[in-house]
Design a protein. Sequence first.
Length: 745
Amino acid sequence: MDKLEGIIKSTIFRNEENGYTVLVLKAGKRLHTVVGSFPPMGIGEQIIVTGEWKVHATYGQQFVASSLEILKPTTALGIKRFLESGFVKGIGKATARRIVETFGEDALHVLEQCPEELRRIKGLSAARVDQIARSYQSLMGTRQGLIFLQSLGIPAATAQKISQFYGEKTRDILTENPYQPCMDIEGFGFLSADPIALSLGFPKDAPQRLKSALAYTLLEAAQSNGHCYLPRETLLLECQRITGVDEEVISVQLQSQILSGELVLEEGEEEDRIYLPAYYAAECEICLRLSLLMESAPPARKTDVQKQITRFEQEHQMRFSEKQKEAIACALEFGVFIITGGPGTGKTTIINCIISLLSRKGNVLLCAPTGRAAKRMSETTGMEAKTIHRLLEYSGEEKSFTYDESKPLNASCIICDETSMVDLMLMRALLRAITPGTRLIMVGDADQLPSVGAGNVLRDLLSSQVIPAVRLTDIFRQSAESRIVTNAHRINHGEMPVFNEKGTDFFLERCHDPQLCAETVVGLVSTRLPSFLHYTAEERMRMIQVLSPHKKGTTGVLYLNTVLQSALNPPSPDKPSVEWNETVFRLGDKVMQTKNDYMLEWTRDGENGSGVFNGDIGYIVEVDTEDEIVQVRFEDDRLAAYTSEDAENLDLAYCMSVHKSQGSEFPVLVMPVCACPSLLQTRNLFYTALTRAQSLVMLVGEEGIIRNMVRNDRITRRFTTLSERLHASLTQTPGDSFPGLAKEV
């Protein structure tokens, strides 16, 4: 690592949110460009930066700083320049001059040790002196906190976030409990705090450490694996693994947190369950609210319903199957109802009929968990459908929904599509905004992958056998002509798909070498398929989607995104770009949000809002290389500006994982099935991928991998208890009055 010492001559750019700064430093007689995350600093301040020299493609040689030391000015001129910088509230140029004239080189000592001496200066009131003293101490505290954090090896952006949050209290708070940021700052977890604690001399069995480890393990289980709780033994073993502390010691800490209410224990016959309170409360509340909705629905007269269905058939010159008629009648009879089934089974037609019948009696609202799913729902129904977040009017700044139990939605019926993607917390938010007497109809494919977030809501509702439900199994004639649809159902029944029939829409290009497989995928997307389908360059980008079961490796998401970007959107003088986290984002790139960001602001046709969500897909429409700001227009026309701080949640989307594709549909799907990790060779992952395609599927890889996927019907268990709670709370199930209804799923 190199060191550079000098005086700040100017600041070229500064992002106040993350502290990213570009400044000019005079070291000796030479001027150097220095970049890094720094606290506010003024012209004339002397600093020492540690880092390395790099050559920027646009701006040439730069010194990229990883740590910083700020030297206090010692001369009267240096102190005057520092005080004139405007960082200390209450001090302008005139006041700075008078302070230095009065105290000379002792001016900073006066500010630190005896600020009351400032009252000697004519014109400074006691209130103004107090303001100056507090501002100076806060500035120095924040600076010292940032430098303290960087000295512990914390990345600059993370250190900036912590020091901004705690200010002058940073050092004191972290010295007392380095795990405190885990509870206060989003994205800062146990693994980030632990090195700080150990470097500060905290013992391995410190209560703060074990407390943080337990909370981290439960939260990680929820966010990464969808668990709402962990069995006690599983939790203890995992905490023992990450802390190196005996299980008995961790068990004592666990019991203490249960007694204090920080964690929830639910004793069971087979296992003791440990919850974070939020997930325990969410499961219980969902159970209660569903019970109330089921009890309060106004019953429909079955004779009227059958007549209305017949009238709809005549008006649209079609015929429903008996199972479809059953589903429509149930939707109008019960307060809560589920329609589930695979592709081509008529779910959309049923929804349109239900909307037609219920719209005559009240306001019907449509929603889905993602923007793409909502957009598709709007297209197939002719009515506006919103994301659940937009329907409930989520406020990113306040991290709350406008519509909740205190301000419910005005609707007689709410229809939610793609319910398999709805996680526990989002379902609770939706139910809070639905008053008893409003019908809730949930539509989804129970055989697809579960939600990315915690919970397994749709499967749990179905397996409880107390929520009325109909599973559609018949494939209708038009859909039966599609090999995509028939193969999806074959796979779901454990049968191999049929490939390469002339005039069909489902193909396999056999390939055993992973590198050749990747090259074939690129060739298909860049030239072969666009030529065959007569796609323009823009259509090629929007109509063809590559999915991969895994992230790493030659056929994984990361590598394929890199080579597809080079093929579909290569570098060009007229395509500005920025590089964030080793990924180049270029004008025209297809990108995707990978994590819910409730604070990111957007605009759309004069409308302002905040919140961009996991799985949202868009295109880069503008790149500001000087300020490093990227403008992304999402497929629902929201326009959001990304800075380097937001970049950790933005990925290229030429290729995406099957999990991230949920709720989306693409005209053409290309998928490598070569050298896939065995844990990801599962039937429901393969089924989920194929059901994303509308017109054409191109698989590239090994038939043996496909056979493994089809045979493997193992579904990774999620630790949830919603099904059990529903079954226990609803002793008289609606399914009893409708034989076989719930049990059929």
